[in-house]
Design a protein around this ligand. Sequence first.
Ligand code: SF4
Length: 343
Amino acid sequence: MNFLNENHYRDSMNEIDSIETLELINKANSLSLKKGYTEISLERAVFLSWWCDKGDCKFCYMSTQKDKIKDPKKARRRVNNILAEAEMCSRLGWNIEFLSGGYKSFTTSEIKSIAENIHSITGDGVWLNTGITDELEEYGKEIKGITGAVEAANPEFQREVCPSKPLNQISNMLDKAGDLGFKKAITIILGLGESLEDVEYLKDYIKEHKIDRVIFYSLNPHPETIYVNSSQPASLYYANVVSSIRLAFPDIEIICGTWIDNLANIGILILSGANGITKFPLFKMFGTKYGKRVEEEVKWTGRTLKGTFTDKDKLGPEKSQINPEFDQYIKRYIKESLKNKYQ
Ligand code: SF4
């Protein structure tokens, strides 16, 4: 079967029973309230580099950049810029979803040093999403958890979509992370061509590898990838999957990504059991009608938002309160946050 055939996705969609979906959401919402999940976090993935040595995952923006980057070192972000971003996240109450970087962009000791600095800035351990590694022993208390970029839990489909990220290697890394005392997260992208039945693979995976946190994204169809003309997944499909996982795993943390053109997904994903939301251009959206919309979406679920998307006072001074070497970057983030690009 060609998993990447859009019909595969559509066929499975025809089997959806709308009443069942609404019931799932309703139950997931009741369960979430019972568990006390009333505060929703804004999560910010902090990128380390635009380079990825693998560069062949079928959906990924970085796969379109590999041939264009002549010097991978130049695709790395400046460390002071990364740390200034962490300072801004801390000021605004945004969580750092994880440190993320393509393969072979930073060494383990460099990642560790960045994580140590972020830990001292935010006071919180850092999640990593920096690829499959067998050097986990080098990390310590600066790291809260390790993320496996599973993307698709059906092993056959996963092989097709991410040919250079073998699922068994991701699983081994996560198991080892658990043995070393780190928490474990996985990322899952919906809309790649999977079917609703693949939720069963996902449930098995979460159970088998004792996953603490699942981060869902919806497909962002990038130019120059095979998905360029694909649609993003339907909001009710997304909600169905998230509700099913929340009901099966009441205690895990669920983060849901939705892009700026799909803000209407937020409310229904929170009702479905999301603890946090992510995947926004946060500084660009800050204070704009889109930032306000995020806050409205959260408000209408009856939850509160941790942090702010609109309170300009929280941006703070233009100078770093931690290190003068961050000043130029802090100034730039504040300028970007105050500029309304969407008028
Ligand atoms: S390994 Fe990660 S960064 Fe590299 S191409 Fe795949 S998804 Fe993109």
